[in-house]
Ligand binder design. Sequence first.
Ligand SMILES: Nc1ncnc2c1ncn2[C@@H]1O[C@H](COP(=O)(O)OP(=O)(O)OP(=O)(O)O)[C@@H](O)[C@H]1O
Length: 206
Amino acid sequence: MGLLNDEETWKSTILEIINHTNDRTQLRGTYTSMLVFSNLEDQSGIWKETRDLFSNDFLYNSKGSDYNDEIYLDALDDIQERVWECGGGKISAYGLPTSRNREKVTNVIRREKAYNRERLSEEVAEKSPMLNEKQRIIYDTIMTYVNGRDNNQVGIAGSNGFFLAASGETGKSFVLNLILDTVRSQGRIALAVDSLGIAAPVLHGG
Ligand SMILES: Nc1ncnc2c1ncn2[C@@H]1O[C@H](COP(=O)(O)OP(=O)(O)OP(=O)(O)O)[C@@H](O)[C@H]1O
């Protein structure tokens, strides 16, 4: 992560994505991942230049012909909601204008807090011994990092993201779900999201 660190690269990446999709929902989803995992702090210039592209489905649905602040706010609300779901903060922290809607965040947190911790603990106790050697390394590494963050320690120097790649049917979802279940069984919040909406359905609570 941290590859998209300058404004020009950001703009060209956004334009590149737009060339490949007409789906603005997908565009905002991808933008959200870029926002949360990049190191570029001030997005205000990029937003001003690209906001029409991010908002044109809302303009179309409004049946209006001109962009206005309400249209931009619709797009910002959507981006804010996605950022919350990815575990990010307020979009204003990235230099984007403030959105209006906080209600949906409350819903996400409420859902996360509603898990039956006892049942999840049983599930973790049952599945954890089943991990194979490589899955165990992934599970231990990520849980060490998660627990280190909670104790204000750095779990693994400089890391704020992990990239897990393996062939199909090798047990990625199995280990990821065990991590999600473990974190939730401890009464903490674990958000399962993905930018394209392909992987999330196989993840618990995704
Ligand atoms: N350690 C394990 N013990 C028992 N069953 C396992 C284990 N790891 C994976 N499985 C089972 O193997 C099957 C494939 O695993 P999983 O769906 O996690 O793979 P995947 O890598 O996420 O696949 P894909 O990339 O195709 O989505 C599932 O039925 C899963 O329950």
